[in-house]
Design a binder for this molecule. Sequence first.
Ligand code: SAH
Length: 410
Amino acid sequence: MKSFIRKDTVSKTMDRIILKPRREESILRYHPWVFSGAIAQIVGHPAEGDLVSVASADGKFLAYGHYQIGSIAVRILSFEEDPTKPDFWTLMLSRALKLREAMGLAGSDETNCYRLVHGEGDGLPGLIVDYYDGVCVLQAHSVGMFRAKNAIAEALREVYGGSLKAVYDKSSGTAPFKAGLELIDGYLWKAPGFDADESVVLEGGNKFLVNWNEGQKTGFFLDQRENRARVGKLARGRNVLNLFCYTGGFSIYALAGGAKHVDSVDSSARAMAMVDRNVELNGFTSEQHTSYCADAIDFVKNVPDGAYDLMIVDPPAFAKHRGALKNALRAYQRLNAAAIAKVAPGGFVFTFSCSQVVDKEAFALAVFSAAAETGRSVRILDRLNQPGDHSVNIYHPEGEYLKGLLLYVE
Ligand code: SAH
């Protein structure tokens, strides 16, 4: 059965969420979330992850979605009433792939990894799917998506056909089940003979080892592809410092772009071991690159003035929720002040924030305050973003999370 809504489940007994008067407005504008505060009545006893229908106060059908206990009560999957449309997952995943093909990502000779599904951006709230040269790594951020994972794996097989090697579920850290339930990551499907937890992928013509089993997130930070290419273009002849480097994405592009020397810093020993392997894989030597397993904030504070003329500052999300916003902004300011103070005259600083709750303006203000602290002449050459495969649904601006600035410091 491929339809996500089976004919037999869409019956009079399907649980229904009825909204308070006038609370349907955001849904009519295609915003894909129903907040618990907008609900007047729940007809039935939906379990977490069940498919429910949503209706306005006067009983008009609005949407179908996954029910969840929490402030986001429903994540909408369809605004269409026809519940029997076949092949829902196949249809949605084909649309996602079509966009990646149109962007020149799927089918490219120099890049064989990309994000196939970016949650709400692809009309599939709660679902991430990253593609690594034939291996799809699925991450469910909702119980509904977690429960649908086998249907999604089956649809991925249909969409990619014979080129699919495996579908790996990496939801243990993200699916919001109640504490106590142990989730175990693993393969949902493997092609006969496939037996690997890591693979060498190509991004912008560079080789990267990706380990979806042991790595952070789905194994690689695919969202920095275009910003890495930008670093590559400015790196010629420069001494580069890559802070919070993970497996060395920016470092490899800088070396390929002709950097004089690159230092990479991350507090994860496992990530640093991958950096060394990536340096070697791409044919660079230890004379061109040095790895430091260290706290990046301490490291940058101890850098001699002017030692680097290109720095990358890409920390983990300092604010995971609104309550942490104020402290996070202070932390961004401190970190950026240290980088701006130390970079050589005529140097570039690529600085990023991937905290969703820190918006572009707030981040720019933190970096402005950092620059002001140093008293140096700083220009903004560009504003940086997440790439198109991390697509943002125009009706769901919350999908935008990665922001950065390219600074020129004199
Ligand atoms: N720039 C990377 C992605 C960075 S993700 C890329 O292009 O792939 C953030 C990284 O910061 C993670 O690898 C994490 O291990 C590291 N990290 C977190 N806290 C840190 C700290 N205090 N010092 C150094 N690294 C840290």
